[in-house]
Design a protein around this ligand. Structure first.
Ligand code: MTE
Length: 326
């Protein structure tokens, strides 16, 4: 069901000062009578001002140089589709969350780096962006729901963040945690979900050349609905691994219990590598529907990135079996 949700800054029409208010004295008096109403509308107007002040300071960094080593064999998906057909359960369990996600304040945004590291620290996202070298990569994205897209992400290799964090030798996993604020994200009022959204990778996965932190999309800063100000991008895994709006990177020696794994362990797990031969318990994973098309195309092992990542799982097949692909 499509629900039209009024944004905080949308002032009801009845509270707006009429354009012709100065035309005659009688109207001016009417306007004065409106004053208390306008004062009462202050809190409604404030978010609009906040939004203007918040204008993403990283916008001048984009577009960034494309790294041609990460090219595609298919056309890019239409930007409009990518930014209006989203999964972001914090804002609703349907796809049309792009409007309500604008509520998410993305400045100031502090990232915590903690757990098994040389020194735990906090860093503002703009300082982090300054410390990283940004580039654009064209990647496929395959959702576990069997739709897919092809998009130009801007961002930096996750490996650079791991090096920046200086994990201790015993760290085996990187856990990434999304924001938590049920005042801006109504979905987080649903107590049956284990908020905040958490995802994780092994250190070997996190330092693989494909693992990427997305900070922008289509040559612009990351839209809020796509996970601003920074999100994970792991194109060989199902899309639910790519946790949005990350506030913490935690190094640990324990496999993190991830969001969907905790909710439905029979359907989703930690690894979530794309595999057309291992079906979801409720549907086939053999093919996918590219957004914007009605046709289905075959799904590729590791979503087409087998050469770059298959070695990460050698030897694990025996112990993990199909769990590597859920
Ligand atoms: N991250 C958070 N915090 N919350 C979510 O609900 N959904 C995941 C992933 N990251 C999700 C999330 C799923 S299921 C997918 S397919 C992708 O985000 C969708 O990313 P997109 O909206 O940019 O296409």
């Amino acid at each position: 069901m499509l629900v039209r949700i009024k944004r905080g800054w949308e002032m009801p029409e009845r509270l707006a000062t009429p354009e012709s208010v100065n035309a005659d004295r009688r109207r001016l008096v009417q306007a004065m009578a409106l004053a208390p109403l306008l004062a009462a509308a202050g809190p409604l107007l404030r978010p609009a001002r906040a939004a203007a002040e918040e204008a993403d300071p990283s916008r001048l960094l984009y577009p960034v140089k494309r790294n041609d080593a990460f090219a595609l064999d298919r056309p890019l998906t239409d930007e409009q589709l990518v930014t209006t057909y989203n999964n972001f359960y914090e804002f609703g369990s349907h796809k049309r969350i792009s409007q309500i996600a604008q509520r998410l304040p993305i400045r100031p945004w502090t990232v915590r780096i903690d757990g098994m590291v040389e020194q735990e620290r906090e860093i503002g996202v703009d300082d982090l962006l300054k410390a990283m070298s940004l580039e654009e990569r064209l990647y496929r994205h395959r959702c576990v729901e069997a739709w897919s897209m092809a998009v130009p992400w801007s961002g930096f290799p996750l490996k650079a963040l791991v090096e920046f964090a200086q994990p201790s030798a015993g760290a085996k996993y990187l856990k990434m945690t999304s924001f938590q604020d049920e005042d801006v994200a109504p979905g987080q009022k649903a107590v049956w979900y284990p908020w905040p959204y958490v995802e994780g990778l092994t250190i070997e996965e996190a330092t693989n050349e494909l693992a990427f932190i997305g900070t922008g999309l289509y040559g612009k800063p990351m839209p809020k609905q796509n996970g601003a100000p920074l999100r994970l991008v792991t194109p060989w895994k199902y899309g639910f691994k790519s946790v949005k709006s990350v506030v913490a990177f935690t190094f640990t020696d324990e496999m993190p219990k991830t969001f969907w794994w905790e909710i439905a362990p029979d359907e989703y797990g930690f690894w979530a590598n794309v595999n057309p031969k291992v079906d979801h318990p409720r549907w086939s994973q053999a093919s996918e529907r590219p957004l914007g098309s009605d046709e289905r195309v075959p799904t590729l092992p590791f979503n087409g990135y087998e050469a770059q990542v298959a070695h990460l799982y050698k030897g694990l097949e025996a112990s993990e079996g199909d769990r590597l692909y859920r």
